[in-house]
Design a protein around this ligand. Structure first.
Ligand code: BG6
Length: 475
């Protein structure tokens, strides 16, 4: 891209959604291994034990664990220069607190990273993408306990040290901003981040506050730890950001929209403004939660140095202070925008929202950014001749990239990459379905895990390859 020295084109995937092999090579049980398949109308369930005859999609994923070479070759062919992968903590420390790391887990990721580099694809590694060893939930109460910070840091240290010379770009967490004691707090969002179900815990607002605080602190400490191991590391954190517009020009709506965004900013603020934000502490106080920050923690926030912001962007929301205009029908909270359409899964499609979001982030933080996720979950039809005509996906991705180009060119935003979500079809995180497909590459598998797993290039595969050629400047 024109005014960026190095611009990454590529995709993002997460271990628990694509690997499978959930009990192979010493992997321990992770929180997502107990989550059933669901659908847009049937929520996924979380089980204490895996039950016979029940489908747990993380157990098979799309078998990326064994097929990564074939898939990476396809990514290369599509013109990818970066791939964001996640490391599943339970492959490295099966119980979270084991004395020694699991060598087979480390060697697996070494092979994947080597394969990427041999194909000219930069690995961008997320250390926590809804992947927490279940034993940490059972034995330590997950992130409510500060001991989990130490366990996480030990795992990070292992990864930073093992891959000191092979990985430059790291992300400490994926979308932990969905944990906020005041927002949509569905069982699902809290479970994905912590392995705890909101409706089943005592004093959930307090527990979630402690989880988000401890994870934020863990991120800050991991960044410092990583920079100590290799000062050239670029260590960021990935956030799921949903710009919220005011429904009307009623100043009350503007204030509500501004405040709604605190849930997306406060952790970024804590990671790059030198302190855990007072506005969040005040908000907790209003809810009867007294968050005491020790001098040691204050020191950690003061030293914090976030290298980049990872932006997961799927759509926007609207908020109104008038009850009749606040239907609460938006997937991420607030309501749907009458000017915009939604996907088949009810996610608002708003390419201009990406430009708006990047401008706000740039003016607020002045940090390098990368689009770490963006994409359209849709139902694809595999034709008899083996083709998939997904013009809707091409339209979606192109519209977002076009807005991104405007932010870089006109708004002078510092963005160094566009990684689309799920470049190869994988298991949906929120519904556990296979039919909610994001990929340029079709995977022959259904919602029950049946199929040949054959990889098939969709029309969007050829389009992306062409569109991003020559750094994306020719289109
Ligand atoms: C992001 C997550 O929030 O959304 C991914 O980081 C997830 O893990 C993606 O897959 C899309 O959500 P879904 O539910 O459509 O898979």
């Amino acid at each position: 891209m024109e005014n960026s020295e190095k611009f990454f084109w590529g995709g993002s995937i997460a271990s628990h959604q694509c690997d499978g092999a959930y009990d192979q090579d010493g992997k321990g049980p992770g929180i997502m291994d107990y989550v059933t398949a669901g659908s847009v109308s049937k929520p996924r369930e979380f089980h204490d034990k895996c039950r016979d005859g029940v489908i747990y999609p993380s157990h098979y994923g799309i078998d990326f664990y064994h097929r990564y070479k074939e898939d990476i070759a396809l990514f290369k062919e599509a013109g990818f220069t970066a791939l964001r992968i996640s490391v599943d903590w339970s492959r490295i420390y099966p119980n979270g607190d084991d004395n020694e790391p699991n060598r087979a887990g480390i060697e697996h990721y070494r092979d994947v990273i080597k394969e990427l580099k041999n194909n000219g694809i930069e690995p961008i590694v997320t250390l926590y993408h809804f992947e927490l060893p279940m034993a940490v939930v059972k034995n330590y109460d997950s992130w409510t306990n500060r001991k989990t910070i130490d366990l996480y840091l030990r795992y990070c240290k292992t990864m930073f040290t093992e891959f000191k010379d092979d990985v430059k770009y790291w992300a400490t967490f994926n979308e932990m901003n969905h944990l906020d004691s005041d927002m949509i707090l569905s069982d699902f969002f809290t479970y994905m981040n912590t392995g705890l179900c909101y409706s089943k815990i005592e004093n959930p607002a307090y527990a979630m506050t402690m989880c988000s605080y401890n994870m934020t602190l863990a991120s800050v400490k991991a960044i410092e730890l990583g920079h100590g191991i290799n000062p050239d590391f670029q260590i960021g954190c990935v956030f799921g950001l949903t710009p919220t517009y005011a429904w009307s020009c009623n100043p009350d709506d503007s204030i509500a929209a501004f405040k709604a965004m605190d849930r997306d900013w406060y952790q970024i603020d804590a990671m790059c403004k030198g302190e855990f934000p007072q506005y969040k502490i005040n908000e907790y106080k209003k809810r009867g939660i007294n968050l005491e920050i020790s001098d040691e923690d204050k020191e950690a926030f003061k030293k914090s140095h976030l290298d980049f912001i990872g932006v997961n962007y799927y759509g926007s929301s609207v908020i109104s202070t008038t009850e009749e205009n606040n239907s609460g029908d938006n997937f991420f909270g607030g309501q749907n925008n009458p000017y915009l359409k939604q996907s088949d899964w009810g996610w608002t499609i708003d390419p201009k929202g990406l430009r708006y979001l990047l401008m706000v982030l740039d003016r607020r933080y002045n940090l390098p950014m990368i689009i770490t996720e963006n994409g359209l979950g849709a139902i694809d039809k595999l034709e008899e001749d083996g083709t998939v005509h997904d013009q809707y996906r091409i339209d979606y991705v192109k519209a977002h990239i076009d807005e991104l180009k405007k932010s870089i060119k006109e708004d002078k935003v510092n963005c160094f990459g566009y990684l689309m979500w799920g470049p190869i079809d994988l298991i949906s995180a929120t519904t556990g379905e296979m039919k909610k497909r994001y990929g340029f590459i079709y995977v022959d598998q259904d919602d029950e895990g049946n199929g040949t797993l054959k990889r098939i290039k969709k029309d969007s595969f050829y389009w992306f390859k062409e569109y991003t050629k020559n750094g994306g400047n020719s289109s």
